[in-house]
Design a protein around this ligand. Sequence first.
Ligand SMILES: [Zn+2]
Ligand SMILES: [Zn+2]
Length: 240
Amino acid sequence: MNIWTFFDLAQPACLVCGLASGRGLPLCAGCEADLPRLGPACPRCALPEADPALPDPARALRPGSPCAHCRRHPPLTALTLAPCRYEFPADRLVQELKFHGRLPAARVLGHLLAQAATAAHANRPLPAALVPIPLHRKRLRERGFNQAERIAREAGRRLGIPVDTRALERTRHTSAQSGLDLALRRNNLVGAFRVVAPLPAHVAIVDDVITSGSTMLAVAETLAAAGVTTIEAWSATRTL
Ligand SMILES: [Zn+2]
Ligand SMILES: [Zn+2]
């Protein structure tokens, strides 16, 4: 390792502003403070409390309570976490990781996820394993890595939770989800995952972005059918 590599590891450049981050994370404190945070949200589905599509004055009186939709139709996930909205620059961190193989972005996203998980589990136990949403073998070969696994490894390292990449398999190479409407997305994913090894009773599914939530739901249904009783959904970002 030459001296510059060492310097870069000790004080990596901030992936957002490009300046020295001043700490052992490629994100400076200023850029971290400016990230598009999700803010107060429904603990079950992570939709923000102020979402005008969910008028529910009662929730203003009970911060942290589930939204009207989740109260009427409790989702499979006991908790959904998403520290950031999928907006600049958090969306860029995800895209840099996923499409340009910029692996340090996974350190930032894993750090944000671990931070959010710590806050959300002040009064409840952490999951016993993190299960990144697997890519199909074909996609994994093309990309060379699974971005969800990279994020999960960083979050797991920070929280002391093992990452299980063997129990859940993607059995079908589903066509790209973007561009499909909700019903087609659901259809596209039916039977796309399978559990091939035992999992603990309490796990968190990890992904880079929740868009429609249909992938998380398909995985949650697969895990529930395999006997997982407490399922959490952890995503670095969420579209609104
Ligand atoms: Zn910065
Ligand atoms: Zn909700």
